[in-house]
Design a protein around this ligand. Structure first.
Ligand SMILES: *[C@@H]1O[C@H](CO)[C@@H](O)[C@H](O)[C@H]1NC(C)=O
Ligand SMILES: *[C@@H]1O[C@H](CO)[C@@H](O)[C@H](O)[C@H]1NC(C)=O
Ligand SMILES: *[C@@H]1O[C@H](CO)[C@@H](O)[C@H](O)[C@H]1NC(C)=O
Ligand SMILES: *[C@@H]1O[C@H](CO)[C@@H](O)[C@H](O)[C@H]1NC(C)=O
Length: 785
């Protein structure tokens, strides 16, 4: 605690410096990324290779800037390991000039990405780990190295203790680099055999925001996000993990025995955290070089549809290079649901993860007027359970100078203490996956407790959050959300009612679960419509994991509640590391599998049913969820570990996909380690050997697509069934016999609309291959134009 206070002082001091530096940012120069494709040196470049590459970057830039001196000065990163290119501070005209060089694939402004949980930056929460058996198998994941590109790490967390670990795996090439400052009085060894490396990348951040003071030049996590997600992916088993004594249980990562390495790229002393693309690329280049197996990306790709498309997005480029070095890249779908088409990180080489609930809730019962009970989400209630309090709607306690809407959301300075004091106040959530700020206003106005109702966009998803006073979150059935947050006449939650709040409890075995979270971003994929995204869903609501002891419970600097070893967070950022963890299990079990095979195993064994064996529901639509919410379905690690067949893909397949997508052959060759790649012209985007099938623009003519499956199980004969309501669909051949592991068989699927097929709407179906033991399932998504 003492050291936390020290750090708080340090941060606040730096914060003032930070605003000062904001004034001094350079004039018109901006950071551009000049992307050159792949290096022709091999996968383990020597120091001479690195020097040569950097020199070639200076040389190229000198032809525009006039001298190598000037070039050296302008370059902030030379990507000299696996990604070929550099980031430099340039004028717009200089950038345009460099783009004319025929060796340049693309030149683009380094973007500022936002962390996927921090659009609601007061993320807090508890975790729930699914009870799936493979997650419990602690012996798995032992030698897998998971890289987390995020806000850094809190190395003192027990989740990263190396007790019982053998030596660092020899494939780790990152040496002993551990760029974390020590806490006062702390023991040595911040990195160890569990947390095997930590680095930070902030040159682009500093170019825009001014230089950070030396004590902030560290991979230490001040925000909690990176520690939380890293421990979800690869944290140790830690008993007695809890927040406010709720959710007491064992916190653990998806690959509890994996080794982890932190690459800090997201920096913030203000809201929201910014992750600059040039810093992200540098971290990915380093992680590839360090020899990691899985990269988990916390920032969103967001490129615009242009002819250059993927070549102007750092996440897309970085992920491509990682995959061509056999590294699994897992990224979140985003928290912009339920808007259709909001999914990001949509490249076929990225594993894109949606978020859903688990079967554990943190709950409290509200008793209204002594006769009606509503169950809501809560981490913490400390009101006497038998005492009834008078309820007031925040809009009825509005100060004269506040707007109705601000008062509805309990924004600062909107509530009249004379009306609120001693009561329970009902506010509406002011964000998708935050919010604790409402509690500050309620508490400072003298409220005893708070009911936090959902907005319509929050649907039925409710959150356990570390509020500053006793709080219960209710869904839109009870908070007027259905009528766009105005109460219906029959809603019992109205001013003057009496309310009792029961103590918060952890409830297990909740049904139905999973339910798709309202905030989870949805398909269709607007950028590459023939690839279904997201790919799968995993737990991302009320996730309890390790936390930065510096960060306050709510991550607000003004929140004095600090020193939490664990916290509960929400978001696709939380679901993503679950899948990174599962990928780690598979990688340990099958070291020779490609990233695509690992992804296929997880996708084709996912389920579209919940724990009462009904189709998974959507918390927003109050109807059934579709593949646009969950992709192939909810992950089932214990089945993924024995998938039977996989849809494999390699670099050539991705390059052919780029050919079929219309990219220039010379650009594609630059990605092929500078070996000429010939686009054959016979490839179609729908033929990419993806584990799902999507035909976004079907006419009346029948369309046939090809897929190839690889046997990874015992000798067996598989038969196919396919269904797609409103269409004719056939699989040829519909029986495949495999005699050995690694054997490949190709089949074709023909889809034809009938004259009565509904137009311009998506229809969902599925293809299954089964040998009686395995079911290898692919969602089919078709739209008739
Ligand atoms: C959590 O449970 C353990 C064992 O059941 C118990 O010893 C511990 O006190 C509990 N922690 C809290 C905060 O309730
Ligand atoms: C709320 O009440 C119901 C019905 O009495 C009970 O089953 C449930 O466990 C209670 N929930 C909490 C959080 O106490
Ligand atoms: C309204 O006035 C009160 C009392 O002067 C002040 O504390 C509060 O901040 C004001 N609220 C807004 C929204 O301006
Ligand atoms: C993993 O990726 C997600 C989303 O892309 C991110 O939010 C999270 O912080 C990352 N964490 C870890 C350990 O992998």
């Amino acid at each position: 605690m003492g050291s936390s206070i020290f750090l708080l002082r340090l941060i606040l001091t730096s914060f003032l410096l930070f605003t000062f530096f904001l004034e001094t940012v350079h004039g018109t120069r901006k950071s551009y990324i000049v992307y050159l494709g792949a290096h022709s040196h091999g996968s383990s470049p020597t120091s001479v290779d690195l020097q040569t590459a950097t020199f070639s970057h200076y040389h190229l830039l000198a032809s525009t800037l006039g001298s190598e001196e000037k070039a050296k000065e302008a370059v902030i990163y030379s990507y000299n390991k696996h990604i070929n290119g550099f980031a430099a501070m340039l004028e717009e005209e200089e950038a345009a000039d460099i783009a004319k060089n025929p060796n340049v694939v693309s030149v683009f402004l380094s973007k500022k990405h936002e962390l996927h949980t921090t659009r609601s930056w007061e993320f807090l929460g508890l975790q729930r780990n699914g009870k799936n058996s493979a997650w419990q198998k602690g012996s798995f994941g032992e030698n897998t190295i998971i890289a987390n590109i995020d806000t850094g790490v809190w190395p003192e967390s027990e989740s990263f203790s190396d007790k019982g670990y053998g030596p660092v795996p020899s494939k780790w090439r990152g040496g002993n680099v551990c760029q974390i400052n020590k806490l006062p009085r702390s023991k040595a060894n911040l990195c160890n055999r569990k947390l095997i490396g930590a680095r930070f990348f902030n040159k682009a951040f500093q170019a825009y925001n001014g230089e950070l003071v030396p004590s902030l030049q560290t991979a230490r996590d001040f925000m909690g996000h990176g520690t939380h997600t890293l421990s979800t992916a690869g944290g140790n088993f830690v008993r007695g993990a809890s927040v406010f004594a709720v959710g007491n249980g064992t916190a653990k990562g998806g690959s509890p025995r994996a080794r982890v390495a932190a690459y800090k790229v997201c920096w913030s002393l203000t809201d929201p955290a910014g992750c600059y693309g040039a810093d992200v690329l540098a971290a990915i280049d380093q992680a590839i070089d360090d020899g990691v197996d899985v990269i988990n990306l916390s920032v969103g790709g967001n490129y615009v549809v242009t002819p250059e498309g993927i070549f102007t997005d750092e996440v897309s480029i970085g992920a491509f290079h990682a995959i061509s070095r056999n590294i699994v890249v897992v990224a979140s779908a985003g928290n912009n649901g339920p808007t259709p088409g909001s999914v990001v990180n949509v490249d076929p080489w990225v594993f894109t993860i949606a978020a859903s609930t688990i079967d554990r809730d943190f709950s409290s019962n509200l008793t209204i007027n002594n006769n009606q009970q509503i169950e809501g989400a809560s981490l913490f209630v400390n009101l006497p359970p038998n005492q009834a309090f008078s309820l007031i709607l925040s809009t009825d306690a509005k100060l004269a100078n506040a707007t109705f809407r601000d008062a509805q959301l309990c924004r600062r300075g909107t509530l009249d203490p004379a009306k609120v004091k001693g009561k329970i106040v009902r506010c509406i959530r002011d964000g998708k996956i935050k919010s604790v700020a409402e509690g500050n206003e309620a508490l400072s106005s003298g409220a005893q407790g708070m009911i936090l109702g959902n907005q319509k966009q929050n649907g039925k998803t409710t959150f356990g959050e570390p509020h500053v006073l006793s709080t219960v979150g209710t869904n839109d059935d009870h908070a007027g959300g259905q009528s766009d947050f105005f109460l219906t006449a029959t809603d019992p939650i109205e001013s003057g009612a009496t309310i009792r709040m029961s103590p918060a409890r952890t409830l297990f075995g909740r049904k139905p679960a999973p339910v798709m979270a309202s905030f989870s971003s949805r398909g269709p994929n607007k950028i590459q419509p023939s690839i279904l995204k997201p790919d799968v869903t995993a737990p991302g609501v009320n996730i309890l994991a390790a936390y930065s002891e510096f960060a306050s419970a709510s991550t607000l600097l003004t929140d004095k509640r600090r020193g939490f070893k664990f916290n509960v967070l929400q978001g696709t950022s939380m679901s993503c590391p679950h899948v990174a963890g599962i990928a780690g299990l598979l990688k340990t079990r099958y070291p020779s599998w490609s990233p695509a095979a690992i992804k296929s195993a997880i996708m084709t064994t996912a389920t579209t049913r919940d724990n009462i064996n009904r189709p998974i529901q959507d918390a927003f639509a109050k109807t059934l969820a579709t593949p646009f919410a969950y992709g192939s379905g909810h992950v089932q690690p214990d089945l993924a570990i024995d998938p039977g067949l996989v849809y494999d893909l390699g670099l050539t397949d991705y390059l052919n996909f780029l050919c079929a997508s219309g990219y220039d052959q010379q650009l594609i060759s630059a990605l092929n380690f500078n070996r000429t790649f010939i686009c054959s012209g016979t490839h179609s985007v729908t033929d990419l050997n993806y584990p799902s099938i999507t035909l976004p623009n079907l006419g009346l003519k029948a369309v046939t697509i090809t897929r190839t499956v690889t046997n990874v199980g015992t000798p067996s004969t598989y038969t196919a069934t396919a269904q797609l309501p409103g269409y004719n669909i056939a699989v040829v051949p519909n029986s495949l016999t495999f005699n050995k592991i690694g054997e490949k068989k190709t089949f074709k699927v023909t889809v034809q609309a009938s004259s009565v097929t509904k137009r311009r709407t998506y229809q969902f179906g599925e293809l299954r291959w089964t040998d009686g033991k395995h079911i290898v399932r692919s969602p089919i998504t078709v739209k008739r134009r």
